[in-house]
Design a protein around this ligand. Structure first.
Ligand code: MN
Length: 498
């Protein structure tokens, strides 16, 4: 159950003797330190730290991080006095290891106290990321194992831990581009936080799985044939199921109509270079018609967390839409591991290249370090951290620099109503980042929006198709209802009194 060879096997032949020694030393140190301790499941405590180290090895992390995984609980969860154990770690593993283990221990003290107040926890996490992302990666692996053994924990505590994972850990992992960990954390937490919804999603998958699989395997065959004809070398073509929690979120966003969720399963085409990605996109569109508005070029414009890929949705021969994602091998690895790719075991030159790119993508981490803020003023703290952190929200600035928080997909109309109902009622146009734009334009994170008002401008029912917020919907509906009543009265030749 806790065979060290399992970890050596994951590392493979590449592991040098000194690296194996380091891991074995950490293994023994942790086993001794946790001796006699039990987890709630009744298992020896050591099983937990072993599993955490194993997860880090599977994530491809270097040996120092794997060793720290073994040691991550020795400060807090043993009977040895803190100072004493720190001295021992320093003697045997050096100061960097003390730093890592202490960092993880400190993060452990973050307590979730409801959505509104989770900013303090976030702040701690951001500080840890800014200081050394390795600490957070170890904490993620720790949390994931705790989630996977949550059935042994008291029920009220269970829900708190799962909720905290959904609200803090998963968005953070996502923000760091660590998609694989993010999805695993979400799916482990999902059934504890939303048991009914979890069951519903499982049923949907069960029901649809076979149809989708058959559909995609047909597309795959046809595409493979065409790619060979065109001499495109393919690294891999496979498909992936959407993770349960993200499927549920999308399901809700699509009015709980599963037919409107096009990417329950998506075909992935992994290629050797960027030119081929665009070429293959062209080939795909020559076989199947693309669904309008669903072609996304995240290579030219990567997501804020660094994600790169081409996406398109096509009408398949059976008529059902299907999503295809096209990317290079490198993009594929980055999409799964994000900032953690920094610490990949071996592959030094490759890692350096990724480093350079990530220094750009994660420049906000660097900015964070130099941040001077008042710890009591969380609002201004949130103003400082790049606010596209929250997945489904965008943050729009007024010309004066005030921030309006809106759901993704919002337009200047939503913005106007969020500023003041009167601004919404008389919106005639909008300047987005200084440029005159249509009021139906979808806003992007951190746009600066200036609303142009006119006295005789009024809402129309058509606007309802272009707003996201309930406040805008409510005002537009009440205006148009009042107005249609007005015109009906007018047609009777009576002057309405209002
Ligand atoms: Mn732990």
């Amino acid at each position: 159950m806790t065979d060290i060879n399992e970890i050596f096997n994951i590392l493979g032949d590449a592991a040098s003797n000194s690296e194996k020694e380091l891991i074995a030393k950490a293994y023994n140190f942790a086993e001794r330190a946790h001796e006699g301790q039990k987890r709630m499941s009744g298992e020896p405590y050591f099983v937990h730290v072993f599993e955490v180290a194993k997860k880090l090895a599977k994530l491809g992390m270097n040996t120092q991080i794997i060793a720290a995984g073994f040691l991550h609980d020795v400060i807090e969860d043993t009977n040895i006095p803190e100072e004493e154990i720190e001295k021992q770690i320093e003697q045997e593993f050096g100061t960097d290891m003390v730093f890592l283990v202490k960092g993880v221990t400190k993060l452990g003290k973050v307590k979730y106290r409801g959505y509104e107040r989770h900013i303090e926890s976030l702040r701690k996490f951001f500080m840890a990321i800014a200081t050394d992302p390795r600490v957070v990666i170890i904490k993620f692996a720790d949390r994931l194992h705790n989630l996977q053994t949550l059935q042994h924990v008291r029920e009220d505590k269970r829900k708190r831990i799962a909720m905290e994972s959904l609200e803090i850990y998963a968005p953070l992992a996502n923000r760091l581009g660590m998609r694989k960990l993010k999805c695993e954390i979400e799916d482990a937490a999902f059934p504890y936080v939303y048991p009914k919804e979890f069951k519903q999603i499982e049923e949907i998958i069960e029901e649809k799985k076979h149809i989708y699989e058959r559909n995609l395997s047909e597309i795959k065959e046809k595409l493979e044939l065409e790619l060979t004809k065109n001499n495109v070398k393919v690294a891999a073509i496979n498909y992936r199921f959407k993770h349960k929690y993200s499927l549920w979120k999308k399901f809700v966003r699509r009015d709980k109509d599963v037919e409107k969720v096009y990417d329950i399963i998506a075909l992935r085409v992994i290629l050797q270079n960027v030119e081929d990605c665009y070429k293959v996109l062209g080939i795909i569109h020559s076989i199947w018609k693309p669904v309008p508005g669903r072609i996304k070029d995240f290579i030219a414009m990567p997501k804020p967390n660094g994600y790169r890929s081409l996406h398109t949705t096509i009408f398949t021969d059976s008529g059902t839409p299907a999503e295809i994602q096209i990317r290079t091998e490198k993009m594929h690895a980055e999409a799964a591991f994000g900032v953690a790719a920094h610490y990949f075991y071996k592959e030094k030159d490759e890692a350096k290249k990724i480093n350079r790119k990530y220094n750009d993508t994660f420049k906000w981490i660097e900015d964070l370090k130099n941040l001077d803020y008042d710890p009591g003023d969380m609002k201004s703290f949130l103003g400082h951290i790049k606010m596209d952190f929250f997945n489904d929200r965008i943050f729009i600035f007024t010309p004066k620099g005030d921030v309006i928080d809106l759901p993704e997909g919002s337009t200047p109309i939503d913005f106007a109503y969020s500023v003041h109902s009167d601004v919404g009622e008389h919106i005639a146009g909008a300047k987005i980042n200084g440029k005159m734009s249509h009021i139906f334009t979808k806003l992007k994170n951190r746009d600066i929006v200036h609303i142009i008002k006119k006295k005789d401008a009024h809402p129309s029912g058509k606007w309802l198709d272009h707003v996201k917020t309930s406040v805008a919907k409510k005002h537009i509906k009440s205006y148009t209802e009042k107005n249609s009543l007005l015109s009906r009265l007018k047609s009777f030749g009576r002057k309405p009194k209002y």
